[in-house]
Design a protein. Structure first.
Length: 202
């Protein structure tokens, strides 16, 4: 299977191509090109299909690709596309309608020009998904910050009311006591006594 895969690249993949000029990561192009050359190899050498099937079955059995079935749908489209065209016989992959359009583009590639076109679409889709995830995280962080600010304002409001209530509770008896002292001992002595009482309280 591995030999057949590499022979496919030797036969159908150009020896040189300027992927920097194309602006597409080589890894993304390779995902699409792998699917194309294996399809062409199976078409050119019908008997090799059994070799590909057996080879990928063995790799899947050994979990060569380190796949977690519980989280496989959370992988980016490029990784899922790569696994789909290699292990799709053994694992079911879910794709949204928009993702399925990209998968169909890859499946229908016949020339290397088709590969570059599909790879460009795949790369753009993955970039947009990353941007959406980034914006969603920023939105969540913003919402969390606003929630904290709201809760803090509520706490400060409660604390402010509590402080005002406490001050009122303390002030009323002191005013009553001040009035009594002024009546009993005079204003000057009352002020001295109240100062001493406040010092004791604080």
């Amino acid at each position: 299977m591995l030999v057949g895969h590499e022979v496919g690249h030797a036969l159908f993949t150009p020896n040189e191509w300027d992927w920097l000029k194309e602006g597409i990561p080589a890894g993304v192009v390779n995902v699409v090109e792998d699917a194309r050359i294996e399809k062409l190899m199976k078409r050119k050498y019908a008997g090799i299909s059994k070799s590909f099937f057996a080879g990928y079955k063995e790799l899947h059995k050994d979990n060569f690709f380190d796949i977690n079935l519980d989280t496989v749908d959370q992988m980016n489209l490029a990784d899922r596309a790569n696994l789909h065209f290699k292990l799709g016989t053994f694992i079911h992959f879910n794709f949204t309608p928009a993702e399925q359009e990209i998968i169909d583009l890859i499946r229908n590639c016949e020339t290397f020009k088709d590969t570059l076109s599909a790879a460009k679409a795949l790369h753009l889709f993955c970039k947009e998904e990353i941007q959406k995830q980034k914006e969603a995280l920023e939105s969540q962080e913003g919402e969390r910050t606003r929630s904290l600010q709201t809760n803090l304002a509520k706490v400060l409001k409660v604390v402010g009311i509590s402080a005002l209530t406490t001050l009122t509770i303390i002030s009323l008896p002191l005013l009553v006591l001040m009035t009594i002292l002024m009546w009993k001992v005079g204003i000057a002595m009352a002020l001295v006594l109240m100062g001493w009482i406040l010092l004791m309280i604080l």
